[in-house]
Design a protein around this ligand. Sequence first.
Ligand code: ATP
Ligand code: MG
Length: 423
Amino acid sequence: MSFKVPRGTQDILPSESWKWQQVESILREVCEIYRYKEIRTPIFEQTELFQRTVGDTTDIVTKEMYTFMDRGNRSMTLRPEGTAPVVRSFVENKMFGYPDQPVKLYYQGPMFRYERQQAGRYRQFVQFGVEAIGSADPAIDAEVISLAMEVYKRAGLKDIKLVLNSLGDAESRNAHREALVAHFTPSIGELCKDCQSRLEKNPLRILDCKVDREHPLMATAPSLTDYLNEESKVYFDQVKNYLAAIDIVYELDPNLVRGLDYYNHTAFEIMSTSDGFGAITTLCGGGRYNGLAEEIGGPSAPGIGYAMSIERLLLALEAEGKSFKQGPELDVYIVTLDEAAHRKGFNVLNELRSAGVRADMDYMDRKMKAQMKSADRFNAKIVIIIGEDEVNEQVVQLKNMTEGTQEKVEDANLIAKIKEQME
Ligand code: ATP
Ligand code: MG
């Protein structure tokens, strides 16, 4: 019997995880600059939370959720996305009562969707996202978009574009909905089964269909832009003005709908335009969801947020040929030549580590040459060599690998000497 990682998941090995850590530290830095605070919610939630918020007609809810009955016979779902759990927590913890509004949160962690595996599409993937809840100021829409762009900029991505749309308010969406029903009803038989059920439940979702994407009815479908009422138009114009004011360039796409049901007004995606990136080009998506908090039993609290996966960011970086720089792994590697030296080496190692020096030694009883090779692979700046003489004389040999020098150092002076050479 042999075991494999489940389909659509991956092990992130030490040869890759350091890249993840670099990206994660960029994310944290940007959030600090924009004053977004981390929130951590459970990996699973009541199934109904996602059914109500993400929406009964979305791909996520109809096909992609990992749902199970727990031992108390409650239906639970591994979270497929982060917004619903965050807004659930916002309502449950009465964050709407916090003195500083909007409440600005970020999260990062695994999400689960039962998808067909392909490049950039996993069944477990790590999403980073932010939510600003409590303000309907169009400037905060621009802030969230700017934060998203800043993340990609700091990560070193160049070939990206921002695509923007407005879904309007409820009135605009209702007017558009009627137009969609009128447009699709006569030939609905030509579209897939999912679209046929979407026609009644949520015709807007038809525009986001992955099966019928190329059907001629799609291109001629009534555009939301033409159905925005005055208020929605003004709001959208303000968002655009704020973006222009901070030099954020965007493309308008009236067919940009987004995956979840509760979006209104601003919707956006950032895509990779790099040739090497393949079929899936969306790096992140976000939008405004003014009705969401109310939908799950809270007070009215307008919100906006976005989410991206770290997997796709790393793929985009690779497609652009951006390489990460990995610094030296170790400051000091200790080479020991016999058993007494090994015991002394172990004490020295402990002293170094207590002083905050990154250090390691051989535990495989290898020959000096093999130990020196390890020091080399770890890119150690300093190698300490201890043999019989060094033990007797209470000294060590200190080899500075960058300068190519070697000197005898007394045990008592070792830490000071190492610190000096590390500067
Ligand atoms: P898509 O149209 O690609 O399926 P989506 O509308 O399902 O995207 P969202 O739910 O908005 O995507 O998720 C936001 C972001 O999360 C995406 O832009 C992408 O970066 C990432 N993402 C979504 N699904 C996956 C997945 N299965 N594997 C890796 N990343 C994903
Ligand atoms: Mg999807």
